[in-house]
Design a protein around this ligand. Structure first.
Ligand code: HEM
Length: 438
């Protein structure tokens, strides 16, 4: 059902009125009041009997379990997500040396993996720890903006106090309860930027059951005492991002990843594969709760399989009309699978189905078998032209080894944003390749 002209005008009017709020909090749109909305989301878990739909009650128990562990309780009043402060050195940067970094990396790896073993039978906790660690490495590095000559952010052990970083800076997050105490132990030897990049790499490697992925690691990142951005200036993509079309809710993926971070279109596809780990959490964005595949603690190509191998249906909500104006259907900018509890963001849909518009219809769906001829595309409106990124999505869906082989160098490139490495110098300096001496 298409929106009628008066409804379109009303939608535009409401968007104009809401624009300042939407920009200051891009995770918020209308509440989902549709029959398939949050109520259904909270029941999805029961349909499948696995933990891939996130349950907040379990998260709380995991967080309290972690805060009672020996290394996770202290709080550092002067060290926050947006202000790294090493208590050991009274705020001075680490003295970087080959021996020091060898010692720190070895000890951190042992301790981090030791902490994970306490959760060996708790796949939900593992997915949360891996999820926050990998996302943190992206969000630290991805705040760089090469189009802005006054932005010297990047992988600097500091994330801004903005909406995209929800879930990574709260006192109950694993970033604060589990990772920060670990960094404080070795912060005289390793910067927080180097530490966060290391934890991201270790999380990917630990969650790859084939044990084959090996992410090259570089060190030498310099921490920033503060990193101030607004939602509008943060280059990190919003979940509503489309591939190439900026919307009132945020930038396009190409503008975020390619123009502002200096990555490539292929990197968008490859790095989106990190959504094989972790969840979208209701407490971080009040629309949807769930994982992208059925094993959110396992790093593999399942994200791509789930994206292609089911019909994805746009989540919508009925907005009550104003006096004299009928109610209308509005997009929630999230998608769900029709045959599992899995979810997708607009950005995920964009790399497989090339959305160039925000979803806005109740019956909008995309799949490999959607359109009347039972083939690739979306319906409502009909769109059968694949984006240039589809072939890579298909390759990775079919081949886990190819995904793992391509993910490692892309993750390194992302973790090193702004820095030169392998002989070059970047805006922020250059990094040194770590080669273990053990
Ligand atoms: C392509 C654009 C991207 C968008 C729009 C996006 C957006 C999001 C959103 C909205 C969440 C849910 C956060 C929460 O509710 O806790 C999320 C989770 C996550 N993202 Fe992304 N992301 C993108 C790319 C990436 C990249 C490049 C990486 C890493 C290489 C990444 C890693 C993760 C991980 C691991 C999680 C799970 C976090 C957890 O379980 O706590 N994302 N992302």
């Amino acid at each position: 059902m298409f929106l009628s002209l008066p409804n379109l005008l009303l939608t535009a009017l409401i968007q104009l009125l809401l624009l300042p709020n939407i920009q200051s909090c891009p995770y918020l749109t209308s509440l989902d009041s549709s029959p398939g909305g949050q109520l259904a989301a909270s029941n999805l878990r029961g349909n499948h009997g696995s933990d891939y739909h996130h349950d907040n009650r379990q998260l709380q128990s995991v967080s309290s379990a972690s805060s009672s562990s020996p290394t996770s309780s202290p709080s550092y009043p002067t060290s926050t997500s947006s202000n790294p402060f090493c208590v050991k050195t009274n705020g001075r940067p680490p003295k970087l040396s080959t021996k020091g970094i060898q010692t720190a990396v070895k000890a951190i790896k042992t301790l981090f993996y030791g902490q994970l073993s306490a959760y060996a039978n708790n796949t939900l906790a593992l997915s949360d720890i891996f999820g926050q660690s990998i996302r943190l490495a992206f969000h630290d590095a991805g705040e760089i903006d090469l189009t802005n000559s006054t932005n010297f952010m990047g992988p600097d052990g500091c994330i801004s106090n903005t909406s995209p970083n929800k879930g990574l800076k709260e006192p109950t997050s694993f970033v604060v309860t589990l990772l920060e105490p670990l960094w404080q132990k070795y912060c005289d030897l390793i910067s927080r930027g180097d530490f966060w990049a290391l934890i991201g790499k270790l999380s990917v490697e630990k969650s790859d059951p084939t044990g084959t992925i090996n992410i090259p690691y570089y060190y030498g990142r310099v921490d920033k005492a503060d990193c101030i951005l607004s939602d509008a200036t943060n280059p990190l993509p919003t979940p509503f991002a489309l591939l190439n079309t900026p919307t009132s809710l945020g930038d396009s993926l190409v503008n975020s990843f390619v123009n502002r971070m200096g990555l490539t279109v292929n990197d968008i596809v490859i790095l989106s594969g990190a959504h094989t780990i972790g969840h979208v959490h209701l407490q971080n964005n009040p629309i949807v709760d769930g994982a992208w595949d059925d094993t959110p603690h396992v790093f593999d190509n399942n994200y791509f399989n789930f994206l292609l191998n089911s019909q994805s249906i746009a989540r919508t909500s009925v907005i009550a009309g104003l006096p004299g104006v009928p109610a209308f259907v509005s997009s929630l900018n999230f998608w769900k699978a029709n045959n599992s509890a899995t979810i997708r963001l607009n950005s995920d849909m964009a790399i497989a189905f090339g959305l160039n518009f925000r979803p806005h219809l109740t019956s909008q769906e995309c799949s490999l078998t959607s359109v009347p001829t039972n083939s690739y595309g979306c319906i409502n409106p009909l769109s059968t032209t694949p984006p240039s990124t589809l072939s890579l999505v298909q390759l990775y869906a079919a081949n886990n080894s190819a995904f793992l082989a391509d993910f490692a160098p892309s993750f390194t490139k992302m973790s090193n944003l702004g820095y030169g490495f392998n002989g070059s110098t970047g805006k922020l300096g250059s990094l040194t390749l770590f080669t273990p001496a053990y």
